[in-house]
Ligand binder design. Structure first.
Ligand code: HEC
Ligand code: HEC
Length: 383
């Protein structure tokens, strides 16, 4: 996407969130503890939803991201342009939304009839970033250099090296098992920028505790936005969020768990019961894919370069319209008490991008348990 398209995309996202705020504003005034715990579903929050009913709000945005990604455009390809400014306009039904609903129905029928109900055919299968899927064979694809998406869920398995070997090599590269075991917590400070800050840098704090607790607080212009994973559950609370307390569900919960786990190199091996290895390239550099697989969790791909450095993590959220990727790129590793910690973390999703750049990391700082407690609900900011 061009910068301009990105920008429009961002504005539309903000509008979408604000739209939610307006609609649930009244209901959210005095959340009871029980109501605050309830996972908000599309039916509770949206007016125009006819097909994507009964799904958690965090998952719904992944589905909308899939739509935008499949079209190679922003949210207002289907939604009215007013949605940039008038938040409630997302609910205004357009011909393209109706077309998209037909497509949803068609997709469901194809998958039910020919693929045993699995979401094998998705919007992206046909559209691939274009409003008009191509029907004629493309000879340049047939005879040209093959392009391979490194973020594949499936790939030819590499048997000459094992996942254990690659994960051990990573721990070695990161400072060795002994040093890794001694780093049990840290407090980090730096900056955060993303679609939700209009790419303006804002202060961020990260509190991390081994094996897998993590809290990130972004100091937005409108107040603190808190994102917690307590080792089991995850929440987001802040004026920027669609509801006073967004409880993370399946895919997004897994993602929070993984991000908290990779904060400490020693923990990755325990993150999945089964692994397999593949090879691919990122930006022309050869990397190994080490894919974690488990019964309860979805797949996750860890990418290691030839030196053993963890350069990327990709995981997918299962939605009614297919698996939607989240990619986290790691760079600028620096030594923290003998362990290499990534100071540069870029999160790319179908509906937003964010970039965290750390400035300092205090190793083994005392972090009170309360840092990982469920955050207090925050009244949405409607500015
Ligand atoms: C390909 C068309 C298309 C694109 C692109 C698209 N949407 Fe939608 N959107 C829909 C359809 C269709 C519905 C209604 C879904 C249903 O009936 O189940 C909808 C519903 C919504 C709603 C519910 C509105 C309400 O209050 O009832 C919101 C919010 C929304 N979309 C936000 C977004 C955002 C944010 C993006 C960009 C990331 C986006 N949409 C991209 C087609 C699209
Ligand atoms: C089996 C292939 C296939 C699948 C799956 C599919 N589409 Fe389409 N879609 C098409 C074709 C073909 C067109 C017609 C394009 C044209 O007229 O040039 C189209 C047109 C559209 C249009 C109208 C575009 C325009 O130019 O106004 C929208 C919106 C759309 N699709 C959304 C979706 C969404 C959202 C999904 C997933 C829920 C989806 N499609 C899944 C094949 C598909």
């Amino acid at each position: 996407m061009t910068r301009a398209a990105n920008r429009r995309f961002f504005v539309a996202i903000l509008a979408a969130f604000a739209c939610l705020l307006v609609q649930i504003g009244t209901a959210a005034q005095a959340p009871t503890p029980q109501a605050a715990d309830k996972v908000p579903l599309t039916d509770d929050v949206f007016k125009s939803v006819q097909i994507l009913k009964g799904i958690p709000v965090d998952t719904f945005f992944e589905a909308m991201g899939m739509f935008a990604s499949a079209m190679g455009n922003d949210c207002t390809f289907c939604h009215v342009k007013d949605a940039y400014f008038d938040k409630t306009a997302f609910a205004q039904v357009t011909p393209r939304m109706q077309r998209a609903r037909q497509m949803l129905t068609m997709m469901g029928e194809l998958n039910d009839k020919y693929f045993a109900g699995r979401t094998r055919v998705t919007c992206f299968t046909c559209h691939r970033g274009s409003q008009s899927p191509v029907s004629e064979p493309d000879l340049s694809i047939q005879y040209g250099e093959p392009y391979e998406d490194p973020n594949a869920r499936d790939f030819p398995v590499e048997t000459r090296v094992t996942a254990d070997q690659l994960l051990d090599k990573y721990i070695q590269w990161a400072g060795g098992a002994q040093n890794a075991a001694k780093l049990t917590s840290y407090v980090a400070r730096g900056t955060y920028e993303g679609f939700d800050t209009a790419f303006e840098k804002r202060p961020v704090e990260i509190y991390a505790k081994a094996p897998n607790q993590q809290t990130m607080i972004v100091r937005l212009a409108t107040g603190a936005s808190t994102r917690v994973f307590d080792g089991k559950s995850g929440w987001m609370a802040g004026g920027d969020q669609p509801v006073p307390l967004l409880t993370l569900t399946e895919g997004n919960l897994d993602r929070a768990r993984l991000e908290a786990t990779v904060a400490f190199p020693a923990g990755i091996k325990q993150a999945f019961p089964r692994w397999r290895v593949g090879r691919t390239a990122i930006d022309g550099n050869e990397v190994y894919i080490v894919q974690g697989m488990g019964a309860a969790q979805a797949l996750a791909n860890f990418y290691f370069d030839q030196a053993g450095m963890l350069v990327r993590l990709v995981r997918w959220t299962r939605t009614p319209v297919g698996f939607i990727p989240t990619q986290v790129d790691f760079a600028d590793y620096r030594d923290v008490a003998g362990v290499k910690v990534p100071f540069d973390r870029k999160v790319t999703q179908t509906y937003m991008q964010a970039h965290v750049m750390l400035e300092n990391v205090q190793p083994n700082a005392a972090v009170e348990a309360a840092r990982f407690a469920k955050p207090a609900p925050v009244a949405p900011v409607t500015k």
